[in-house]
Structure formats: C-alpha cells, structure tokens
Design a protein around this ligand. Structure first.
Ligand SMILES: [Zn+2]
Length: 563
C-alpha cells in the first residue's frame, strides 16, 4: 500500500452500536471456525478491526495534542475517551474466548505464548463496572494536558510556553537560568490547587477501580495495566535499591565535579542542566537544518533507517515545532492502518532537539520495522522494551553527532552519558514515589509532597531548590507528566537505559554486531516479554546480579569518576 501524506489520513469514527455489530460478527466467525485456517482467518479479521480502531484513537489524540484549544479536536477526543471502555469490553470478550479456546496450543504455535500472557493480564484490568471511572480518568488527564499547554510564561518581556521557556535552563548566565526557572515555578505555585485537585481525583479514582476489580490498591493494577508479564514488584524494588547503592554515590561525584567546572561553591537546581561553563553544546541550525542533518545521518547509518526517515519527512509524519496551545512533551505514536508511525515534539533550540531524532526516531523505526508482525498485539512490545529501542539509538548515533554539534560533539557525548547516569536516580525516585502514593490513597496533597521530599533525600541528595518555594516544599513531582498520565511507566526508562548502556559498550567494541542486534530487536516488535527480548539481543537483564553495576562502572570510567 502506498502511504498518503498525514493531512489526508483518516480512520472511520466508530459508534458503540456499529462496533458491537462488527465484534458480534467477529465472535460468530471465531465460534464457527472449524479448521486451523478458519481460526487464523478470524484472528486476521480481529486484527483488521483493531488496526482501524487504533488508528482512529491515535489520530484523534494526536490532533488534540497538536492544538489543545481547538473545539472540534477537543470534542473528538472527549467522544473517543467516552466510548473507549466500550471498545475495551468488546476486545476483552475476544481475549477471553481465545484464552479459553481448546485450540490454544495450536494458536501458541502460530503466534507464540506472549499474546496469551498479555491477554491474561488485560482481562484482569477491565470490567464493565469500571467503565465510567475510565472515562473520568481520561477526562482528568485531558484537563491536565490542557492546563499545562495553556501556560503562558512571561520572561524578560516575551511570552513562552513550557518547552520554549526551558531553553533558558541551559543558559550560561546564572541569573537567566535562575529567573526563568523561577517563572516556571511561580506558574506551578499559582496552579497548585488545580494540580492538587486533578491528582487527588486521579489517585482516588484509580484506587477505586482497583478495589472494584478485587485488588488491595492500585499498585498491582498499575503493573497489570503496564502488561508486566515477566517481572514483578520485588524485582523492581531490588533494582531501585541497586540504583540507590551503586549509582547515587557516583552521581553525587558527578554533581560535585559539575559545580567545580561551573566555578560554583554550591550547585543549585537551576545549575543542573548546564554541564560546561562555556555553554552546553547546541545544534548549529534551526528546525529545517536539523531535519536535513537527520536525513543525512540516517542515510549513513543505513540498514533501512535512511529509507524509513525519508518516508517520515515526505509524508509529513513529524510535528516538531513548538507553538502556543500545542501539548508539551514528545512522543511517537503508530497509525497501524497505514503501517507508519508519527513523531510529536517541541523543539526549543537545545541539544534536546537532536534527541528527538535519536530517541523518538528509535521508537518510530521499531514500529515501522514491526508493521508486518503476525499479530496486532506485537506492533509494540511492552514499554520498558520500547525504551530500549529509543535509548539505544541515542547511543548508536553517537558517531554522527559532529553533523549537529561540530567540534562540540565530543562534549555532547560526555554530557549525554553523564545526563543519562544522572537520570537513573531520578527515574527510580519517580517510581518509588508512585508506590507510596498508591499505597496510601487517602494521603493529603501535603503528605504526598512530604513523600516526594523523602525520595529526594534518598535518591537526589544533592538537590537544592534555593528560593523556588513550591519545589522546595516537595512539589517538584508535579512537573512530571507521567505521574498524572501514565502511572508506573517511569521505571521503564531506567530498565531500558540499563540495556541501552550495554548497547553503548558493545558499539564501542563491535559496532557492526551491535547494530545488527539492534535492528533485529526492532524487527521482533513485541513478540516476547522484556527479559527475553533483551537476552535475544545479546543483553543481560537489568534484574540480574551485577548487570547495573557493570555498565555503570564502565560509564563512570569513561567519565573519569568512580563510585
Ligand atoms: Zn521514549
């Protein structure tokens, strides 16, 4: 199929009645199927329905994120979120049928066992009695996205949105860094009540859903919603402890060295993003220039990435410029009916822009390589595996950074590595915090802030917010979108990063082999659970003894610090 340009892409808007009819026809074909061929045919029919519905949901949410003030996009999103539980219910019915099928082993031979493991966890996360709660949850999330996108932050006479303002956090002038970040935290302070209320409602709602589904609290439901089928809470806790014991001391040294390099007696929060007194490396051109460099980079990287990236550019499958009303953040989504991904970002002229081409393009490349997987469930793996594709590409594209940063490229590579190490403690802090929050759903906003402060004491002991009152009083977590929008997602970055660092080590030693393993991993999509995918790419699971310690040691050596 030839891929049309993004503007002309569409997917039929379903109605609850229409979808029900379509699914009833599907169940009937499934139940009627007498032969293996007929059973596979019914599953293909189901995949077809899901591809169309997923494309519709992705387009609807994407267009809302592109312009959160547009009334048509807003109401389309609201309708989408409203009927989504009904669609889930129809899907869960099919999953239950498949799980109970006497032909299960035949299907497992065809598709592997991973789909069954995923469905087994999916069916526990849904029941019609939580349908209304799911709609409420989606509405609160949309309210949060709109609230953040509506921020107009005035700094030195110019109005910025959040992404735009964040460029000043890297400024060489300390006063600029401090004052711009203070503008941001004044906004968070002014929005305190809304932010607290939205989160409080989300926590109570999520806890209520968990209780209705028979769980003690939201934590186990959160894990199931993340489809974690091959590791659990105890593994995650052990991993967090390892970060605390092995990585935090190293990061303290990195922060101390950073302060020395910046000539500061004390490193404050507003200094953390500046790694070099002469200024962080910045890409040497604007949006169009960077796009041209990214094309060259992928052409040289080869292995289908060049062809893939040209397709993204030619079909307008990139929305990278920041603008008022556009939602913040960056993500990649798939449009499975067209077999292509879409990348959404907010450029602000910093080195972070380049990471859109190296991180989000990693997600996009994987979903494109997986466009012909046997089963729709395998288009993406679970998210900790997804982040291996993105974070590893950040390291695998290191040799091309001269294209973007010129002679600052070596500085960029060191900074990137240091930044990623420094991320690990923050990543596990966000995860640990969410466990505390959902274990005590009745906690007040002030108590939650104290929980976060406790996390900072353990994992980010160098943190100094100075006169940023809201952050100093424990409110820092409110700027982390995932906590509102994707509970328990955050540990995934740290697990994936532990894998990506292994790709970094291997690429230094045997680049061609590492690249081949990377591309093969992307092509497998989600056909296996996390640890199996990692092992098949020649990686050690982050849950294995000494895995984290070994890569962190190597990264520390490269950066000239040891724990
Ligand atoms: Zn990502």
């Amino acid at each position: 199929m030839s891929v049309p340009s993004f503007e002309s892409m569409s997917a039929p808007t379903p109605t609850p009645e229409g979808a029900k009819e379509e699914y009833n026809a599907l169940y009937a074909s499934w139940r009627r199927a007498k032969t293996r061929g007929e059973r596979l045919q019914a599953i293909r029919q189901w995949d077809q329905i899901r591809r169309s519905l997923d494309t519709w949901q992705a387009l609807t949410h994407l267009r809302f994120n592109q312009d959160t003030q547009n009334e048509d996009h807003k109401s389309a999103r609201a309708y989408c979120d409203e009927i989504r539980p009904k669609l889930m219910e129809l899907d869960v019915t099919m999953k239950r049928e498949l799980l109970a099928s006497p032909h299960r082993s035949e299907l497992e031979q065809e598709f592997g066992t991973q789909a069954f493991a995923l469905w087994q966890s999916d069916i526990k996360t849904y029941d019609p009695k939580i349908a209304e709660d799911l709609v409420k949850e989606a509405n609160l999330q949309a309210e949060f996205i709109q609230l953040l996108a509506s921020a107009e932050l005035e700094f030195r006479g110019v109005k910025y949105n959040m992404s735009g303002l964040k460029q000043f956090a890297e400024d060489r002038d300390r006063a600029v860094r401090h004052d711009s970040i203070r503008v941001l935290w004044r906004w968070f302070d002014a929005q305190r009540e809304s932010l607290d209320r939205i989160f409080d409602d989300l926590v109570r709602l999520r806890h209520g859903m968990a209780r209705k589904l028979g769980f003690e609290d939201f934590v186990p439901l959160g894990y199931l919603r993340m489809n974690r089928v091959d590791y659990g809470r105890a593994d995650v806790e052990r991993f967090r402890n390892e970060v605390r014991d092995r990585v935090v001391p190293l990061c303290e040294k990195l922060r101390k060295r950073q302060a020395r390099r910046l000539g500061l007696s004390e490193l404050c929060y507003w200094d953390e993003s500046l790694h070099d007194a002469t200024g962080n490396p910045r890409p040497r051109g604007d949006h169009d220039w960077m796009l041209a460099r990214a094309r060259e980079m992928f052409d040289q990287l080869g292995r289908d990435t060049g062809e893939f990236f040209r397709l993204l550019c030619d079909r307008n499958l990139l929305d990278l410029k920041s603008r008022q009303g556009k939602a913040g953040g960056g993500f990649c989504t798939a449009l499975p009916a067209y077999g292509v991904p879409f990348i959404f970002a907010n450029f602000n002229g910093t080195r972070g822009d380049v990471e859109v081409f190296t991180h989000e393009a990693g997600h996009a490349f994987q979903s494109w390589m997986s466009r012909n997987v046997k089963l729709h469930d395998y288009l993406w793996p679970t998210t900790e595996s997804c982040e291996i594709h993105s974070m590893s590409l950040e390291f695998l594209t290191w040799p091309y950074m001269e294209m973007f940063f010129g002679e600052q490229a070596a500085g960029f590579r060191d900074m990137h590595l240091a930044d990623r190490l420094l991320f690990l403690p923050y990543g596990v802090a966000v995860d640990h915090f969410q466990h505390l929050v959902y274990q005590r759903p009745e906690a007040s906003p002030e108590e939650r802030n104290r929980m976060w402060q406790e996390m900072e004491r353990i994992y980010l002991p160098w943190r100094n917010y100075g006169d940023l009152e809201r952050a100093a009083r424990g409110g820092f977590w409110q700027q982390q979108r995932h906590i509102y929008l994707m509970p328990f997602y955050y540990i995934d970055y740290t697990l994936a990063l532990t894998c990506a660092l292994q790709f970094w080590v291997r690429a230094e030693e045997e680049r061609e082999v590492a690249l081949a393993d990377y591309v093969r991993l992307c092509s497998r999509g989600g056909e296996a659970p996390f640890q199996e995918l990692a092992r098949s790419a020649g990686l050690v699971s982050p849950f294995e003894e000494e895995c984290l310690a070994a890569v962190v040691r190597q990264a520390g050596e490269r950066l000239g610090v040891s724990s």
